[in-house]
Design a protein around this ligand. Sequence first.
Ligand SMILES: [Zn+2]
Length: 318
Amino acid sequence: MHLELPPADAVFFHVDLDGLWVHANDMSDHDFRDHEDYVFESGFEMMLEIFKQEKIKSTLFIVGREMEKRKHLELLKQAQSEGHYFANHTYNHPKNLALLDESEKEQEIMKCHDAITANLNVNPVGFRAPAYFLDKKSIAFLKSSGYIYDTSVFPSPYGPLIARLLSIRSKGKRSADQHAFLQPFSIELARRKNKPYYPSSENPYRKGLQKDFIEFPVTCIPFFKFPFHASYVLNSSQLLFRAAKALLYLSKIPVVYLFHLKDFSCDMKKEDLALCSSNPLGYKTQSERVFIIKSILRQLKKIRNPMVIEEYLNFHKI
Ligand SMILES: [Zn+2]
């Protein structure tokens, strides 16, 4: 099989379906699994509404265990009936997939895969590792399980730097920061590709020869490689998006634009915000966020052509 790389004028919309418990676990090590997940439910409903209004089809990255909840499964079925696609985001959203042993990695991927197949009657072909921790063993396993793309590469060298700044502010309380410390700032990080490519089986961050699997990095600002996906823009300023847009005019790269459910959700309770947000002080209300998200979607649609990876690859394989 030979897959064709996407055209430069494409934009792909992705949503990681991370519930409140995922953010609590990432940010503060708190166990929120039995906590009422209003972020997942209200975020999902608003996401579907906005995508319907803006006529956008997306790929939704499912954390497998969400399908154990009847209400969440109903929302997923509604998304399916509205034309959205599903991809695999592991079963339990482990903090660092690359650090698990091989059989645990395979289980995280397969358990989510099987749950999607059993509950939603589709075979996912795409994957994103939680917190972008990708490794070559997971890629090899995905390929051998019939997957044709991965979208775990985060091609920004600033991740560790941002984690250090946040860590200073939170006085080292956020567990996510300690994980980011495992990835020191390096030339290797700066060399990561921003444009989709065929990954090498030896090092998935580099190009390889086989054309049967594509890596779609989460697009960062061209040339400067600063992240500009929705959570970053919503936590900082729209200027970040405007800068990205100006540089996207000048560069010929397709865009993978990423959202999380918390970008769409109702306002977080104050006590939850302190445990689940990277920037509780800069938190915006739902109506402010919805306004910004719609503006981002409209602007991206003006400069790129919305596509869905699953549909694109289905039509462009030889
Ligand atoms: Zn996630």
